[in-house]
Design a protein around this ligand. Structure first.
Ligand code: NDP
Ligand code: VSD
Length: 388
């Protein structure tokens, strides 16, 4: 068989791994395999059996060499392809000596982001929020901790004019972090329309106001100041809809569409978008939410411990500095980001590779989560009904 050209790979493997491969002649092998299934092996002496054994080992080796291209070349060429494909191209966003502007920078994640900007060497840190008192308090705390000069801008993101004034007073921004957000966690049926509008206005329209106001000066200062970044704080509830988050998820899913389209519009200006997806995080806003959110939301979110705002701020800055479009904050978040990669831009060929090879399996994991969630919902309503 070997003399008359290459054997088909499958036969070679079969042969290498089967008892029959000990037989000397491949003709015999085929004959026995196909026509004499039930006959016993011909008697063989001890010496022929040991030469045969060596030969069969050589055969196995050959078979594995045959498969090597499949096991190695296929992934390697996929990696090479993804290396060439991944867009936009990798970028590094410096924080040192730059102007970082954080909306919602007076509390929770925003405050932690402002602290982090200062400790990573930003030369100017600006924070915007509604309450002037909370802003002053935050300013004092950041200056005390880092010595960096902090400027405060009392404004409501829903009011375009006051946002535009704040941004123009602040001067050109290098890293804009759109973090302000509000959450009223209730079933849509129990939400007042005013509450729905409040979330959409602050989380989505407010983010558009901030970006639209800051963009012209950000664009025109890029040539002198190097690559710029616009980061938006979404939420894991901006990657998957969860009971109790109808309006909130709508506002956060909206940020994704905004961010994907915006990245295409500003890439030529050397501005890079990051979308951060935190899980539950210990903040004043979350403390308030926890008191009232539906029991089923708690069951589905199922996280016994919320992340610390400082940890989220670190993940966010690491993502911003790498220019990552999608920035998960914990392991579950990474799985969620791989599962929902969709058509989001991906600069990293390593992550692109992870997205491709895990896609099928992660869909199964996702279906398992959904199975569990729908099971909890069914059980919950069965219990409610039996009470009444
Ligand atoms: N904590 C969590 O579990 C998670 C939070 N997130 C997101 O992270 C971001 C920050 O959340 P978190 O730190 O918990 O929130 P907090 O409620 O602790 O802080 C919110 C900040 O936004 C400001 N803000 C609220 N409304 C406005 C407005 N209309 N105009 C200007 N500023 C405003 C607040 O200041 P003021 O009230 O004075 O205006 C405050 O500085 C939000 O976008 C949230 O959706 C995402 C996932 C999880
Ligand atoms: C392979 C699939 C993996 C799936 C993992 C799924 C985990 C989903 C959990 C969703 C949690 C939503 C938290 C919202 C936090 C938030 O924004 C509020 N605290 C309001 O601020």
């Amino acid at each position: 068989m070997a003399k008359s050209g290459q054997p088909p790979i499958v036969l070679l493997l079969l042969r290498a791994n089967s008892q029959e491969s000990r037989d000397e002649s491949s003709r015999h092998f085929f004959y026995r395999r196909h026509f004499l299934k039930s006959t016993t092996s011909p008697p063989s002496s001890a010496t022929t059996s040991s030469t045969n054994h060596r030969r069969s080992m050589a055969d196995s080796l050959l078979a594995y060499l045959y498969f090597l291209p499949l096991f190695l070349l296929l992934p390697l060429s996929l990696i090479a392809l993804l290396f060439l494909l991944a867009r936009p191209r990798p970028v590094k966003i410096p924080i040192k000596n730059r102007h970082v502007f954080v909306t919602g920078g007076s509390s929770g994640i925003g405050l932690a982001l402002a602290h982090r900007a200062a400790s990573e060497g930003a030369s100017r840190v600006s924070i915007l929020a509604r309450s002037a008192d909370k802003l002053e308090e935050a300013k004092r705390a950041i200056q005390l901790a880092s010595g960096v000069d902090v400027e405060v801008f009392p404004a409501d993101v829903r009011d375009y004019e006051s946002v535009a004034k704040a941004v123009s007073d602040a001067g050109p921004i290098d890293v804009l972090i759109v973090n302000q957000g509000v959450f009223v966690t209730k079933e849509l049926e129990k939400l007042e329309l005013d509450e729905v509008k409040f979330m959409l206005d602050v989380n989505l329209m407010g983010s558009i106001n901030v970006i639209k106001a800051a963009l012209p000066a950000m664009k025109s200062s890029r040539k002198e100041h190097g690559p710029g970044s616009i980061a938006l704080l979404s939420s894991q509830a901006g990657q998957v809809g969860v009971y109790g988050y109808t309006a909130y998820s709508a506002s956060k899913f909206g940020l994704r569409g905004l961010a994907e389209a915006l990245q295409q519009e500003v890439i030529a200006d050397n501005i890079h978008i990051s979308l951060v997806f935190p899980p539950d995080t210990e903040t004043p806003g979350f403390a308030e939410e926890s008191r009232t959110r539906p029991k089923l939301t708690d069951i589905i979110v199922a996280n016994p411990s919320a992340m610390k705002a400082e940890e989220v701020a670190k993940k966010a800055f690491d993502g911003i500095k790498r220019g990552s479009f999608t920035v998960p904050c914990n392991f579950e978040g990474l799985m969620l980001s791989l599962t929902t990669a969709g058509m989001s831009p991906q600069r990293s060929f390593v992550l692109a590779f992870a997205e491709v090879v895990t896609a099928g399996l992660l869909r199964v994991v996702a279906l398992f989560y959904l199975w569990n969630w729908y099971g909890s919902i069914e059980k919950w309503f069965r219990q409610q009904n039996s009470k009444h």
